[in-house]
Design a protein around this ligand. Structure first.
Ligand code: 5AD
Ligand code: SF4
Length: 464
């Protein structure tokens, strides 16, 4: 499916909305935009800001100063949804005192069909609701709202996309570039395929042009985003693969790093691993979510690989690049996970020696296959398992990070560290947090740091 570019600034609705925005706020309209959840959602939030800016809004970090409050939601776990409903609860009084304020709900949670009814019944003060692929419809929905519609919503799947110009980026040196949307995998626990739809890849030409522009503007890290980046290109007529895309991006002129997430172990073939190893701009770190180390649980999750296959990938990388860094998402307490199955996850974590893991207790998402599975494991047991996993990972990381001591690493300096006055932090090509003393003017540039010390979550050293 070819994805069309959409010129939001020049749509007829946009011009009408601009007039209303000017009319409704004499001192300049302000919007508060908050994105929950993953990097893709943050990227959507940047595009939404681009649209709102074209419509005449500037931005505030304080929702109490806003004429429009937009919550870009996440649905991946129940706790994420609870946070959104909690935030909406706080907005209720604000809206009552300030009836002119526009409240917008979008993102993954807003893409679940049941949310329309929940909003109508429990949060009637929400004015606009739209799904993850309907960003381009925001001007139309705002117009409907200004013309008096009670709840303006659109949950349809649109194929348009926005150019980079329409995006307001949070950082001046790190940029994310979505390369595909949606997911076809249907892991049995995951709501994503239901709320973000089937896989759609952006054309390689558009992605390359966007990265060229970012590199020319001096961006130092480009993060390629997709729910499952190794499926990139499968739906495109020219048959380009993700590995080929990486190689083409690596040829772009400029001093910058390329990073990507997330990839799926079932599709991490040697063509991809070789591209990561051989392209000098691609960071020497792979975020490869394993989810768990038990083959029987992996089958119940519909993941299509085994723990042995996963370990082969790790060996392949480390045989060719010593100390190649791995990170992962790991889930504890999948329905009916036995003690033995959980211990297989501990074994895998010990074997892989991750630098970093993102851990989650399984959360039941209605509509998914796993939601129908029996589960005899108690919440208390799941919490105990999580503690055991975190304790092991702390030990593993303490050992891992010692490998950096004595080495000089190149660091992209990101900001001031909480370590104390004069301390900065950044990340190495292994995506390791590096702390050191230096001048603020280094933020947003590359610096060489000689590592002298390590902890279980970071290393520290001296500027060379
Ligand atoms: N419960 C807990 N964690 C989940 N994830 C996805 N769905 C669920 C769920 N239902 C985790 C997976 C995924 C990460 C983004 O979120 O580990 O890789
Ligand atoms: Fe969800 Fe699996 Fe797709 Fe990742 S690969 S978004 S976990 S269905």
């Amino acid at each position: 499916m070819k994805i069309q570019a959409y010129d939001v600034k020049n749509s007829s609705e946009a011009q009408e909305v601009c007039k209303y925005v000017k009319m409704c706020s004499r001192n300049g309209a302000k919007a508060y935009v908050h994105s929950f959840g993953c990097q893709l959602n943050v990227s959507d939030g940047e595009k939404i800001k681009g649209i709102l800016s074209a419509l005449g809004f500037s931005f505030t970090e304080d929702y109490k100063k806003a004429d429009l409050i937009l919550l870009n939601t996440c649905a991946v776990r129940e706790s994420a949804e609870d946070t959104v409903y909690g935030t909406l609860g706080n907005m209720k009084k604000y809206k009552k005192d300030n009836p002119g304020v526009i409240i917008v709900l979008c993102g993954c949670m807003a893409s679940e069909p049941a949310t329309i009814e929940t909003v109508k019944n429990h949060y009637p003060f929400v004015d606009i609701l739209f799904g993850t692929s309907a960003l381009s419809q925001l001007p139309k929905l705002l117009l409907e709202h200004y013309e008096g519609k009670k709840l303006a919503y659109d949950m349809a799947e649109y194929k348009e996309e926005f150019g980079a110009d329409d995006q307001i980026r949070e950082s001046s040196f790190k940029a994310s570039v979505p390369i595909m949307f949606g997911c076809n995998n249907f892991c049995t626990y995951c709501i994503v395929p239901y709320v973000r739809g089937r896989e759609r890849s952006r054309s390689a030409e558009v992605i390359i042009k966007e990265v060229e522009e970012l590199a020319a503007k001096g961006y130092k890290e480009i993060m390629l985003l997709g729910q499952n980046v190794n499926s990139y290109g499968k739906d495109l007529p020219d048959g380009i693969t993700f590995a080929q895309l990486l190689r083409r991006l690596n040829e772009i002129e400029g001093d910058f790093w390329i990073r990507f997430m997330s990839s799926h172990p079932k599709d991490a073939g040697t063509d991809l691993l070789d591209a990561v190893l051989e392209c000098e701009k691609v960071e020497k770190h792979l975020h490869l979510p394993v989810q768990c180390g038990s083959n029987s649980v992996l089958r119940r999750m519909n993941r299509h690989y085994t723990a042995e296959k996963y370990l082969e990938i790790v060996d392949y990388l480390r045989e060719r690049h010593e100390g190649f860094a791995m990170s992962s998402d790991i889930m504890v307490g999948f329905p009916n996970e036995t003690e033995e199955e959980f211990e297989d996850t501990l074994k895998l974590v010990e074997n892989v020696k991750y630098d970093n893991i993102f851990t989650f207790i399984y959360s039941k998402r209605s509509g998914t296959k796993a939601a129908e599975m029996d589960d005899a494991v108690t919440d208390a047991e799941k919490r105990v398992r999580m503690e055991r996993l975190l304790k092991l990972q702390r030990e593993v990381a303490t050992e891992n990070y010692k490998r950096f001591i004595g080495r000089t690493v190149r660091v992209l300096v990101e900001g001031e560290s909480k370590q104390g006055a004069g301390w900065l932090f950044g990340k190495s090509s292994e995506y390791t947090i590096v702390e050191f003393k230096g001048d603020r003017s280094l933020i947003g540039t590359f610096a060489d740091v000689k590592i002298t010390d390590s902890k279980n979550w970071a290393v520290s050293g001296e500027l060379v």
